[in-house]
Design a protein around this ligand. Sequence first.
Ligand code: ADP
Ligand code: MN
Ligand code: MN
Ligand code: MN
Length: 405
Amino acid sequence: MSTNILVRICGPRLLRAALAEQNSWITVGRCLSTTTMSRTMLKDSPNAALNKTLLKKYLDLPQPDNAIQAKYIWIDGTGEGLRCKTRTLDFVPKHPSDLPTWTYDGSSTYQADGANSDIFLYPVAIYNDPFRCGNNKLVLCDTYSSDKTPTKTNKRYRANQAMETVKDQDPWFGIEQEYTLLDFDGRPLGWPKNGFPGPQGPYYCGVGADKVIGREIVEAHYRACLYAGVKISGTNAEVMPSQWEFQVGPCLGISASDDLWIARFILHRVAEEYGVIVTLDPKPVDGSWNGAGAHTNFSTKAMRAENGIAEIEKAIDKLSKQHLRHIQAYDPRGGKDNERRLTGKCETSNIHDFSAGVANRNVSIRIPRGVAEDKKGYLEDRRPSSNCDPYSVCDALVRTCMLNE
Ligand code: ADP
Ligand code: MN
Ligand code: MN
Ligand code: MN
């Protein structure tokens, strides 16, 4: 970013800091700038610089009826990263069981060593492909080692067993996925390069060029999810600038987590075209900037029935006795990631304590105001980190609240 732009947008104070080559950022108000944003994106990201209109020519070519592109998608050995590869099918798949299993090189995804590298992909859910359209599909898979046992990061296998056990009680999940857009240099998109935007307050659910950044990506993602068949239920700008949220659900059982993983894939894929990075890190900026979570809203048939509040309270009591199990399941590093976020500040509870309350956002479990008034509904677990594996989160909720494990 040139010093000229700094002068124009941020005034002399930031300029002085920039010229003095201060290492740490300094706080400067009114610094959000879409001019700065697009310049950096286009300059630094090779993906954004590619011409976006040329591809349409090829996507518009007639596609043979017996040549369907199926993009297989899976979770890699980090438990956070998504991988994908495509194959051509000679039929339109309607159900995951129609689809062939496949393999990939697990030594390149932190899942196997080179000598015995094949990992199996088992299709578990099919979505419409919003990028290739037509009859083309996105295929969510879970992963199995050469001996056909689930890989370490296949948390779906165990979660699905729990869901099957309680399926007569119709567990529903609604997950609020918070995320942060980053510029190609790793800083939040559109933030001044040597300072900070003005303090939090005006940005949550905001509108206007000085309030929100990157809405195009949010809009594109929302429509792409609807097209795909993901049960996306809403979206909003978050408290920290360049931070956003979308919600999935309420969905029955395992499908909430399946839909969330595909929604994450679509988000990374859309942002890739804009040359923007999506991070699910739970605390992308230190200090008094809100972190990112994946609040998980949960209910059973009994909680949704008349006076279901009694069931909700019973579940909270069970949760209070299993705090550690849940913290361990709520981020990919057994609580280490969430330690940076669950500080007791910025609308979070402290990671070391369990707490619950009506309409309170500084607790582990919140009972929404409307639920308390209706005396039925659902509870919100505010602890899961934005980079959690939803299979692990939903699995833990079912095992604690429904299976009494
Ligand atoms: P917040 O006020 O916490 O920001 P949101 O509107 O972002 O709330 O999210 C509410 C979530 O609760 C949505 O994902 C929605 O699908 C989910 N939800 C609503 N009713 C239920 C229910 N009965 N069981 C489980 N989840 C539910
Ligand atoms: Mn929300
Ligand atoms: Mn939120
Ligand atoms: Mn919430």
